[in-house]
Design a protein around this ligand. Structure first.
Ligand code: COA
Ligand code: NAP
Length: 271
């Protein structure tokens, strides 16, 4: 694809934690289409391999690293390897996450901790671990949040707590790292077509209809809807934006808490 103006990312390095599938892969692919060099991180080697094939079709370089975001040393090692190979990281996307539907009384301490560890501690590990490898000045850091961060949502206690933490981390690091010329923002996707996240929250046609009916723009979003904003935030057009938590959600977060009780019944795991 021809790239010019603010969206020319030739010569730029983009590191995407959780970049082997879904929205994060959609973001990685958009940057690849606009000339960037990509590094992606996830756990499954197989998923990473498939994603790299997809990214390399756009003609640029792409490398994959297998690590669990809960392991700070492994994450730092992956970031160091990407830095050694491609140079300073211009855009860092932190999007690894886990989710399942369960009432608080239906999840163990380990179930709650698992999601908090992946989403919140994992984001800290990715951002903290990346700081020394980020371009200074100029880097754009983006965390993937969710409306659960500010809409209290039954059956999502773990995600609500974790993503609220992610957004506060965004604001704090925007303040701490502003002097280095690093901007830190959160994107809050709405329900995104064809992703694992939405398969877990709207597991059948009835739930899908109920979810769509709550979106003021009356449709699911696409990975491209999210990727476009990630590019704007990382381009010169976003040069004065930091510490922002930006819903890109068709307006669904205006509608208040969702009722996930039927979806939970469809996916429930007896404890
Ligand atoms: N209901 C209640 N508890 C559940 C659950 C469910 N549906 N699914 C998992 N848990 C609990 C487990 O029982 C376990 O707790 P326990 O040890 O007390 O039994 C705990 O969560 C950890 O489960 P485990 O399968 O060992 O975790 P993991 O680290 O292998 O995987 C998950 C993490 C559970 C989040 C897994 O679904 C995952 O890897 N998801 C990534 C993809 C994803 O969720 N995408 C959507 C992003 S929005
Ligand atoms: P997804 O397809 O499940 O992608 C998750 C990615 O993270 C995968 O690459 C996965 O690969 C990786 N990952 C998961 N756990 C990991 C771990 N412990 N260590 C390292 N990598 C890990 O997710 P998605 O549905 O597209 O969601 C992407 C992001 O958007 C998430 O942050 C999510 O909270 C947010 N979001 C999504 C929606 C939606 O509609 N989908 C809505 C709001 C917010 P491995 O499993 O191989 O590790």
């Amino acid at each position: 694809m021809k790239s010019e103006g603010p969206f020319d990312f030739h010569g730029r390095t983009v590191f995407v934690a959780g970049g082997s599938s879904g929205i994060n892969l959609g973001i990685a692919e958009a940057f690849a289409q606009h000339g960037a060099t990509l590094a992606i991180l996830g756990r499954s080697q197989e998923r990473i391999g498939t994603a790299l094939e997809q990214l390399r079709r756009h003609g640029g370089e792409a490398a994959g690293y297998s690590a669990d975001v809960r392991d700070a040393a492994a994450v730092r090692d992956a970031l160091a390897q990407a830095h050694a190979r491609f140079g300073a990281i211009d855009v860092l996307v932190s999007g690894a996450a886990g989710n399942f539907l369960a009432p608080a009384l239906g999840m163990s301490a380990n179930g709650f901790k698992t999601v908090v560890d992946i989403d919140l501690l994992g984001s800290f590990n990715v951002l903290r671990g990346a700081h020394e490898f980020l371009r200074k000045p100029g880097a754009s850091v983006i965390s993937l949040s969710a409306s659960q961060a500010f809409v209290p949502t039954p059956f999502q206690a773990h995600v609500c707590a974790a993503k609220a933490g992610v957004d506060m981390l965004t604001r704090v690091l925007a303040m701490e790292w502003g002097a280095d010329g690093i901007r830190v923002n959160s994107i809050v996707p709405g329900p995104i077509e064809g992703t694992e996240g939405i398969r877990r929250l709207a597991p059948n046609d009835e739930e899908r209809r109920r979810m769509t009916a709550r979106v003021p723009l009356s449709r699911y979003g696409t990975c491209a809807d999210i990727a476009g904003i990630a590019m704007v935030l990382s381009s010169p057009l976003g040069a004065y934006i930091t510490g922002v938590v930006l819903p890109v959600d068709g307006g669904i977060s205006l509608a208040g808490p969702r009722d996930f009780s039927a979806a939970w019944t469809a996916t429930r795991r007896e404890r």
